[in-house]
Design a protein around this ligand. Structure first.
Ligand SMILES: C[S@@+](CC[C@H](N)C(=O)[O-])C[C@H]1O[C@@H](n2cnc3c(N)ncnc32)[C@H](O)[C@@H]1O
Length: 305
């Protein structure tokens, strides 16, 4: 993982464009940043998007993987083999492998790009994400669309942008999240992946039900894992580890205590039951959906979701 991102996770702080130190809040946890990177690699992404940039932690993770693994892997001749063994179901791999959109953009001249949509980058966080990206040397692939996603995403649709991966983490209400998904679905190629953060929130669960009932997507299993762990289809290694004297020790008790404390914290803040349970179960808050095909139902279609 990029040292700048590692440093922010270690200290919980970063520096904005004016050189002021800022406390980082509301960012995806480190495990989720690793999942994002894994997904960028899985789809060999060249063009990605996220709604909700804030301090840019998810942005740093995506841009790093895009430059290092995703796009590079896609441009190496003969590298069109499927994603790494064991990370996704076989049926999912087939869709990604045969995607015609990927072929059309396989030229080495096709530059990787990550679009970030956020109305408050300059105001609320003083351009902290932009400063972080510059410090990490990842700013060349990033384009900020400073405005709410319901106004910015249609512009990209109009431009004919094709996405390999998108991450929804903007305004978390049902309506905004559904609109994010609606426009992203129009740009995402078959074989691409859309990810939603805070999946246990009732608003996100509702959108997830919409995806399942109204579009042709397949949910991918995501499991937390530390960067040193080997990738695993079932994510057996999905727990934090501590390194003592050069040897890895699983600290199950410590992990359990941390989970209970986190759950209690959510509970005291009046979080929905789903979030509390998710904290105890240590389930990743990311949901990932692989697009099987472009599909919209007939205009008379209705199904409860
Ligand atoms: C949870 S934070 C994003 C955290 C970020 N993904 C990370 O991991 O560092 C949510 C962000 O959504 C932004 N936001 C609010 N309304 C939005 C909208 N209508 N469209 C897009 N982003 C929005 C906020 O300004 C805030 O920066």
């Amino acid at each position: 993982m990029n040292p700048v991102l590692e440093d922010i996770y270690r200290t919980g702080k970063c520096v904005d464009l004016a050189g002021r130190e800022r406390k980082v809040t509301g960012a995806v946890p480190r495990e989720d940043a690793l999942i994002l990177q894994e997904m960028v690699r899985f789809v060999k992404a060249k063009t990605t998007l996220e709604t909700g940039v804030a301090f840019g932690l998810s942005t740093l993770a995506i841009c790093e993987a895009l430059l290092k693994d995703g796009a590079e892997a896609g441009t190496v001749p003969g590298s069109r083999a499927g994603p790494r063994e064991g990370t996704v179901p076989v049926s999912a791999r087939r869709v990604a492998d045969v995607s015609p959109a990927l072929d059309a953009r396989d030229s080495p001249r096709f530059r990787p790009k990550h679009y970030g949509v956020d109305p408050e980058q300059s105001t609320a966080v003083g351009g902290a994400a932009l400063a972080n990206l510059k410090r990490a040397g990842l700013d060349s692939v990033f384009e900020l669309l400073e405005g709410p996603s319901h106004l910015m995403l249609p512009r990209l649709v109009e431009k004919g942008v094709v996405l390999d991966l998108a991450f929804i983490d903007g305004w978390h209400t049902f309506d905004y999240t559904l609109l994010d998904f609606f426009y992203i679905d129009k740009m995402l190629r078959p074989g691409g992946v859309v990810l939603l953060h805070d999946r246990s929130w009732p608003s996100k669960q509702k959108v997830i039900r919409f995806i399942r009932t109204h579009r042709r997507y397949k949910e991918l299993p995501v499991r937390p894992r530390e960067s040193g762990d080997r990738p695993s289809a079932r994510g057996e290694s999905g727990t934090a580890t501590v390194c003592l004297g050069g040897k890895r020790w699983q600290s199950q008790t410590l992990k359990w205590v941390r989970r209970v404390v986190a759950a209690k914290w959510h509970w005291l803040r009046g979080a929905p039951f789903g979030i509390v349970m998710s904290a105890i179960a240590n389930r990743p808050e990311i949901a990932a959906f692989l697009k099987l095909e472009s599909f919209e139902p007939d205009h008379r279609f209705f199904r409860n979701f």
